[in-house]
Design a protein around this ligand. Structure first.
Ligand code: S3P
Length: 435
């Protein structure tokens, strides 16, 4: 589908972004291993999380959808999954594939996990190698580098002490999830802290998780105790598109309601504020183990900055839209240490550089980042999403704030934010478009 986005006069009012993708995946996976039903509210009913639901159903877990965003998950206990009759399909979702691999590695049955063409190109050795050290038996295509993955029953799973070479919440979570079935503690150390939703949710389900600095330790789990209700916060990675749009479109004043503000995810707020953005974190509260707030943002002048080191995992999914912000900022923005972007749903460093170039932007692509001098004028263009939901939405923000854009293959926003273009349309009506 080709989607045309017109320039927006200003962005005002309120937007409720959909539920957090990472937390939605984890909620249905752990609920599926609990011993009594769990109700999940504000679940992200988008393609990625629905892939997880489909896999859990294929593993014998009853999942009922209640209304648009409610789920009731009836787990059969920690050892209650059953052998799937067919191949499990994770679709486009790296989180589904990597986290489920950890769970499946602990099962007494055979399973095969595959995904779409993009997911089958993404690196899987990063989970298979440490899981193999734990005693798990997993094979994949091309010497176990890529999916499909075949997962065989293990003779016994052992806890490990593992130093992760990259800060990846998906790898950490796969090891923690396999660690539930281990005969001893699983200890993982990261180079920098990545999102900690798995740790928090394991605690919600009664597991013993200890954290010290960059190390997390999980004790083997006997059973997961279902909380009666999980309330999924809004996704800060979805909110990020509006944070940037409202900052760079003059006259904007917007409230984003019920957004997760877990400190392992708020790098985008920190960096935009450092660039001069006017963002207030209001009405802070908790949804279970997760902090939630409303984000109030007003248009502001930005200046360039340096983005590197420990903050990278705290805004890893926001870099495409941060690059758009940098095009509106005065001075140079340098992003480095972000080579992980090359193995996301697309090679995002390449996709950002070549798609924004179609709008006239000059961005220097480095092996591990981007160098962007601003401000730069953007013209209207026909761009391509590379089948990557976050690219489609970042390009849309550039078009809203500048001269408009047409985006090919834009339906991929359904991966994480199916209402994205409807939300734009509602604001086009409310605030009018610029011509
Ligand atoms: C995710 C972790 C990140 C992120 C992805 C979701 C998660 O991936 O990019 O969108 O839910 O754990 P990595 O762990 O590969 O960095």
């Amino acid at each position: 589908m080709k989607q045309t986005v017109h320039p927006l006069r200003r962005l005002t009012g309120e937007i409720a972004v959909p539920g957090d993708k990472s937390i939605s995946h984890r909620s249905v996976m752990l609920a599926g291993l609990a011993d009594s039903p769990v109700r999940i509210g504000n679940f992200l009913a988008a393609a990625d999380c629905l892939s997880t639901v489909a896999c859990m159903r294929a593993l014998g877990v009853r999942v009922d959808q209640v209304g648009e965003t409610g789920l009731i998950v009836q787990g059969n206990g920690l050892f209650g999954l059953s052998e799937p009759e067919s191949v499990l399909d994770a679709g486009n979702s790296g989180t589904t594939m990597r986290l489920l691999t950890g769970i499946l590695a602990g099962q007494p049955f055979f399973s095969v996990l595959t995904g779409d063409a993009s997911l089958r190109r993404r690196p899987m050795a990063r989970v298979i190698a440490p899981l193999t050290k734990m005693g798990c038996r997993i094979r994949g295509r091309e010497q176990s580098r890529f999916a499909p993955l075949a997962i065989m029953p293990a003779d016994g799973i052992h806890g490990i002490d593992y130093d992760m070479p990259v800060a990846s919440a998906q790898v950490k979570s796969a090891l923690l999830f396999a660690g539930m079935f281990a005969d001893g503690p699983t200890r993982i150390t990261e180079p920098y802290t990545s999102r900690d939703h798995s740790e928090r949710m394991l605690q919600t389900f009664g597991a013993k998780v200890a954290r010290k600095g960059l190390t997390v330790t999980l004790a083997p789990v006997r059973d997961l105790v279902a909380p009666p209700f999980i309330d999924v916060p809004g996704d800060i990675s979805a909110a990020a598109f509006w944070l940037v749009a409202a900052t760079v479109i003059p006259g904007s004043a917007l409230r984003l309601t019920n957004v997760g503000v877990n400190p392992t995810r708020t790098g985008i707020i920190d960096i935009l504020r450092r660039m001069g953005a006017d963002i207030t974190v209001a009405a802070e509260r908790r949804a279970g183990e997760e902090p939630v707030a409303d984000l109030v943002v007003a248009a502001a002048k930005l200046k360039g900055t340096t983005v590197e080191g420990e903050i990278i995992p705290r805004l890893i999914d926001e870099i495409p839209v941060l690059a758009v912000a940098a095009l509106f900022a005065e001075g140079r923005t340098v992003i480095s240490g972000a080579e992980e972007l090359r193995v996301k749903e697309s090679d995002r460093l390449k996709a950002i550089t070549c798609e924004l170039a179609k709008m006239g932007a000059v961005i220097e692509e480095t092996p591990d980042g981007l160098i962007i001098d601003g401000p730069q004028p953007l013209s209207t263009a026909n761009c391509d999403s590379h089948g990557d939901h976050r690219m489609a939405m970042a390009l849309a923000v550039a078009g809203l704030a500048a001269a408009g854009v047409a985006i090919d293959d834009a339906d991929c926003v359904a991966i994480s934010y199916p209402q994205f273009f409807a939300h734009i349309a509602a604001h086009q009506e409310a605030s009018g478009r610029r011509n």
